[in-house]
Design a protein around this ligand. Structure first.
Ligand code: FRU
Length: 475
């Protein structure tokens, strides 16, 4: 089948046309997963920031809806969140029809460029939105004050907002009974990684801890944008980080930024969606007529005090027949084709191990052919998982794009378990039980479809490897 749109994701949300960045207002409501997002309705580079909108009943198939909150002459609509105000604390709905309330950053278009927090509300389950007449609800006279992450804090029976002071590397907390008047609580930071601005905070309970996500740009481990996290406690006023954390990253690939989690996900699930891009080159990636995509939704959990991630289990419902299934196979030094035509998108599960003490690096190449390949591997002396996208296809649109991105991870005794989602223009790698993730965009030729094994210094042992064909979620 010939694709009219080269690089169009088949497993990920991307808009029909134009620019997107951060996911905004993630909420599960009335049976639907809502995805709002930073959107330029008028172009394929950043600008005219508005909230676009898409909905899904399964986190897989997304239906794009009309622009939810458009920019206007006065303001752009920057990132923020949506809550379901079930008891109509805001008075913006009625008791019979409680509102969804969006809390977003108004970035003024006038010379002041002020950033203030504002509300919009919907009484038709998120389809249409009205700005609150009393906006803004929070104004500290700052040009760098954005991305309110709001949630209902059960313990104190109040709304809590985490909002970034990007240049100061601080997250400031506020509380409110009605979403309109906000009491300042404490600040968190600077700490952890501070090599760039702090943006898009998201605070939530996970297991027996609270987790605070803070996106940072630049200063990420793969260069440019990345998301760090902290674990700790939260009593409704103060987030206190667990001691001795150092820098901790959600994902050490180049393309996982501004990710936040769903409010009101059923069954206590904690579902995370990132923007699968990097401010280093976001406005130059070679896609048209859209630019930007979301990462595949991930289920978060805490294991031994650290974040563990896996693609949401809905993914397996897309599986068709295995394209390839191997067990207990040894591959000799070099590269070996395992599958000539994997298609442009699939899921791969494997357990791989060095076949000798001399094996220096081993793994698989995806989207290979015509001299192109994206190498996923394990470097035994460095103790690092890596993605090498230097030969992945179109790489020369920006000097910062080609590169090798690494994550330290101990080689598990039974070999390295990998779960990989390959799409027309991305690869997401979950390793060691999801304790390590690498997400990278790639732009291979549509015809680069081979799956290969690679190993150097000695053989590789393939304990198991299955490539699953998947039904595409978009055409
Ligand atoms: C993060 C960010 C946010 C801001 C938005 C503007 O990528 O810079 O801080 O609200 O993008 O589009």
């Amino acid at each position: 089948r010939v694709r009219a749109e080269t690089y169009r994701p088949r497993l990920h949300f991307s808009p029909a046309r134009n620019w997107i960045n951060d996911p905004n207002g993630l909420i599960h409501h009335a049976g639907l997963w809502h995805l709002f997002f930073q959107y330029n309705p008028e172009g394929d580079v950043w600008g005219n920031m508005s909230w676009g909108h898409a909905v899904s009943s399964d986190l897989l198939h997304w239906q794009e809806r009309p622009v939810a909150i458009p920019h206007d002459a006065q303001e752009m609509i920057f990132s923020g969140s949506v809550v379901y105000d079930e008891h109509n604390t805001s008075g913006l709905g009625t008791d019979g029809t409680p509102p969804l309330v969006a809390v977003y950053t108004s970035t003024l278009k006038d010379a002041t460029g002020l950033q203030r927090q504002s509300l919009a509300y919907s009484t038709d389950a998120g389809e249409t939105w009205t700005k609150y007449a009393g906006n803004p609800v929070l104004d500290i006279g700052s040009k760098e004050f954005r991305d309110p992450g709001v949630f209902w804090h059960e313990g104190s029976g109040r709304w809590v907002m985490a909002v970034a002071l990007p240049i100061e590397h601080k997250i400031r907390f506020y509380a409110s009974a009605d979403l309109k008047s906000w009491e300042q609580l404490g600040d968190f930071g600077p700490t952890g990684a501070t090599g760039g601005v702090w943006e898009c905070p998201n605070l939530f309970p996970l297991g027996d801890r609270w987790v605070l996500l803070v996106s940072i740009n630049p200063g990420g481990p793969a260069g440019g944008s990345a998301t760090q996290y902290f674990t700790g406690t939260f009593d409704g006023r103060v987030f206190a980080a667990d001691p001795g954390q150092g820098e901790r990253w959600v994902d050490r690939g180049a393309d996982c930024y501004a990710g936040i989690t769903y409010n009101d996900a059923p069954g206590g699930r904690r579902v995370f969606v990132p923007w699968m891009n990097n401010w280093l080159y976001a406005d130059r990636i070679p896609t048209s007529p859209w630019r930007g995509a979301m990462g595949f939704p991930r289920e978060l959990s805490l294991r031994d005090g650290s974040l563990a991630q896996e693609p949401v289990p809905e993914l397996t419902s897309l599986r068709t027949d295995p394209l390839l299934s191997l067990a207990d196979t040894t591959v000799a030094e070099g590269t070996e084709e395992l599958l000539a035509d994997s298609g442009q998108f699939y899921e791969l599960e494997a357990v791989l191990a060095p076949g000798s003490a001399a094996t220096a690096s081993f793994g698989i190449d995806v989207r290979a052919g015509g001299g192109q390949y994206t190498r996923i591997g394990y470097d035994t002396s460095a103790g690092e998982l890596f993605i090498d996208r230097t030969a992945s296809g179109a790489v020369d649109f920006d000097a910062d794009f080609p590169g090798v991105h690494r994550a330290p991870v101990a080689l598990p005794d039974g070999g390295l378990d990998l779960r990989i989602l390959v799409d027309a223009s991305s690869v997401e790698v979950y390793a060691a039980g999801g304790s390590v993730c690498l997400t990278d965009q790639i732009f291979p030729d549509p015809g680069a479809r081979a799956l290969r094994a690679h190993t150097s210094g000695g053989p590789m042992r393939i304990t198991s490897l299955t490539a699953y064909g998947l039904k595409p979620v978009s055409v």
